[in-house]
Design a binder for this molecule. Structure first.
Ligand code: WT7
Length: 657
């Protein structure tokens, strides 16, 4: 963000105190801060016993003796699936709708907790029949359909860590994630509906398993689009047939609180994605606690809707584990916000009487672009709370969300967290915190965050620095799958004894935290984390590319957009010159990135350049490329090995315009 944008932000003085109605209903929530600071561990023990049913109670809240490797709720045992499903049925709430599913083509299904209970038992038995048991990993590559929830919960029921891979990732990306996790079974679908058309998923699985010695023994295929699929008789099985054959009841075992619940890959600063893994107890506790105190979900009366995809951590924590552990009723939507029309989201809010909506700033900015006349056509009066997640929300988008969607009456919770933190860490509390457009404000009760300078010292109010978390928390990642050293290096080495989040932040005069975005080589495109080096390696794997540098440039809608600078190999330069056109090549390279990583990683712009700006030690100066991509005057070039490089780049680009 530009310095000017930043100082505008910090002069944001609008504030919205909670309505009387909300404040009155926030029963005891304001006291949570005091309780947590009086005795943090006792506070978390209370939340753990309030929100989760334990088979064996824990005898120690936190074991931090082997820091930064944490153990929470030591000695406790539980089953995450039983907490999310069985106990609601046992409590007499089996008839409550768990999922109002809305398919993109318009098909709908309401699934009660009792029906979900039947399905997770059958699915667990079907997986067990294939030899899946405690500690075996299962890869899930599904569209946004209820079977994705069933598959995840069935794995949890068996103590088999799931590794969900977002359906927008390519065969190549799926292959490396399956291999890294050593998945024994893959659960996929023939395809899913997107923008009015069936999109295929199974071919990517076939391609991913065709390379090398795959650990995968069986592939379960959900029928969704009914498109033709290739079939391998030794390996492929229809999900519906296996479930039909499976036994009806499944006795769930309780697992240790520290038993791994899932692995989820996310981009880091190097080319290789990190398998972030979470443990069962602490994760379920904190996702349920935050679903209650931040999203204010009242399971008996609310209709909650989180618009994220299950392939990201937001879907894991705030579609599956958090809300379902509370026994909430929620909406699940398969498709895109503009199919078949740009009012689709608001039509769903109206039809299902959604009360709590959780979405991303990039979506809000898109809706702003489409115009407020579109939501105005629908009755949004059921809404009472709005949430935002994934990237900083600019005050204009925040105000639009409040006024146009929230009718000026719904509090907004801007929630900061990460795949690694597992659950919300920084957010206002509805009914308690007077909100400030654009700021996530304060660490929630039980969490300690700070903004520190280069030396790790807390900054003064009015200054900026790095966002850190100064105490361990229940839903913290337990590590990087198979790479404990990388876990220590990435998060616990920058400053002593504190967790380095990788985000820059400022404190305003009132002590509110403003998260400004990544300070490392990680980009945030539409709330999706992308690594610059991962896209660079994809580009250089193309035979015509000699070298590549990628930067995230500010973009009005997507937050950041991927811009690539590419140096071609000698032969390719010759060819392009002969053909007199570079644009076919640019299209070819964009498609190559889509094939290597997935369509979400396609650069918005690829610029073919003669050279890249490097320091004397050979490090690419991305800062200068960012200036070019954001159409700014190029900054200080004095540390470049060859200071004329930037002129050559600019000259080449102007020629191309
Ligand atoms: C990164 C984590 C949190 C689930 C979805 C993304 C950015 C996230 C906010 C927010 C400012 C935010 C940060 C963070 N981010 N929420 N409310 N305000 N920035 O999870 O893919 O692990 O990405 O998203 O940069 O580090 P993720």
């Amino acid at each position: 963000m530009s310095e000017e944008g930043l100082s505008n932000l910090l002069h944001e003085e609008r504030t919205f105190p909670p309505s009387e109605e909300f404040a009155a209903a926030a029963n005891g929530r304001s006291e949570l801060y005091e309780q947590a600071s009086a005795d943090r561990e006792a506070f978390w023990a209370d939340q753990a016993r309030k929100f989760v049913s334990w088979e064996n109670d824990f005898d120690q809240v936190l074991d931090w003796s082997d820091a930064p490797f944490a153990k929470w709720f030591v000695g406790g045992t539980l089953n995450a699936c039983v907490n999310a499903v069985d106990r609601h049925v046992e409590a007499g709430n089996g008839d409550r709708v768990a999922i109002h599913f809305v398919g993109e083509p318009g098909d709908t299904r309401d699934i009660t907790y009792a029906e979900l209970h039947q399905q997770v038992q059958k699915a667990a038995n079907a997986l067990a029949d294939l030899g899946v048991g405690k500690g075996d990993t299962v890869a899930i590559y599904l569209p946004m359909i209820p079977e994705a929830v069933v598959a995840m919960l069935a794995c949890a029921r068996l103590g088999a860590p799931h590794s969900v891979v977002f359906g927008g990732f390519s065969a190549e990306a799926l292959h490396s994630r399956i291999d890294d996790a050593g998945a024994k079974v893959v659960i996929t679908a023939d395809g899913g509906w997107r923008r009015g058309k069936p999109g295929a998923l199974k071919p990517a699985v076939d391609a991913a398993l065709a390379v090398g010695d795959s650990p995968v023994e069986k592939v379960l295929v959900v029928r969704r689009t009914e498109q033709e699929v290739e079939w391998n008789d030794d390996r492929d099985l229809w999900w519906h047939e296996q479930l039909e054959q499976a036994a009806d009841t499944h006795e769930a075992e309780a697992f240790d609180a520290e038993h791994p619940l899932f692995i989820l890959y996310t981009s880091g600063t190097t080319g290789k994605p990190k398998g972030i893994f979470h443990a069962t107890g602490g994760y379920v506790v904190q996702t349920a606690y935050t679903s209650s105190v931040v999203h204010d979900i009242h399971p008996e009366s609310d209709v909650y809707w989180c618009t994220a995809d299950i392939g990201w951590v937001t879907g894991h924590s705030y579609i599956v584990y958090g809300p379902m552990t509370l026994g909430a009723t929620q909406v699940m939507y398969e498709g895109t916000p503009d199919t078949p029309h740009q009012g689709r989201f608001w039509e769903i809010v109206q039809d299902k009487k959604v009360t709590v909506l959780y979405t991303a700033p990039t979506a809000i900015r898109t809706f702003m672009k489409w115009g407020k006349e579109i939501p105005a056509k629908f009755d949004l009066s059921s809404l009472r709370l709005l949430g935002s997640v994934g990237e900083p929300i600019n005050p204009e988008a925040w105000m639009w969300y409040r006024e146009v969607i929230g009718g000026d009456r719904c509090p907004i919770v801007d929630t900061w967290w990460q795949t690694e933190t597992g659950a919300i860490m920084i957010s206002p509390l509805p009914g308690v915190t007077p909100t400030r457009p654009g700021s996530a404000q304060h660490a929630i009760p039980g969490i300690s965050a700070a903004v520190v300078d280069d030396m790790g010292q807390p900054v003064e109010k009015g200054s900026g620095g790095y966002l850190v978390l100064t105490e361990p928390w229940p839903s913290m990642l337990r590590g990087i799958w198979g790479d404990p050293q990388r876990y220590k290096d990435t998060y616990w080495s920058r400053f002593e004894n504190v967790y380095f989040a990788g985000d820059g932040a400022k404190l305003d005069e009132d002590g509110n935290i403003w998260v400004l975005g990544r300070v490392d080589d990680v980009m945030n495109v539409s709330g999706h984390r992308m690594s610059t080096s991962e896209i660079e390696s994809a580009l250089v794997s193309h035979p015509k590319v000699a070298e590549a540098a990628v930067v995230g440039a500010a973009d009005e809608t997507t937050g950041q957009a991927i811009c690539a600078f590419v140096i071609l190999r000698e032969e390719a330069v010759q060819e392009a010159d002969d053909a007199g056109e570079g644009s076919d090549l640019v299209a070819e390279l964009r498609n190559h990135v889509a094939k290597e990583i997935g369509p979400i990683a396609k650069p918005r712009q690829i610029m073919i350049v003669p050279e890249l700006p490097k320091t004397r030690s050979g490090k690419i100066m991305r800062r200068l490329l960012k200036d070019v991509a954001e159409h700014r005057e190029v900054g200080d070039v004095t540390t470049l090995a060859d200071s004329s490089v930037m002129n050559a780049i600019s000259a080449g680009l102007n020629k191309g315009d």
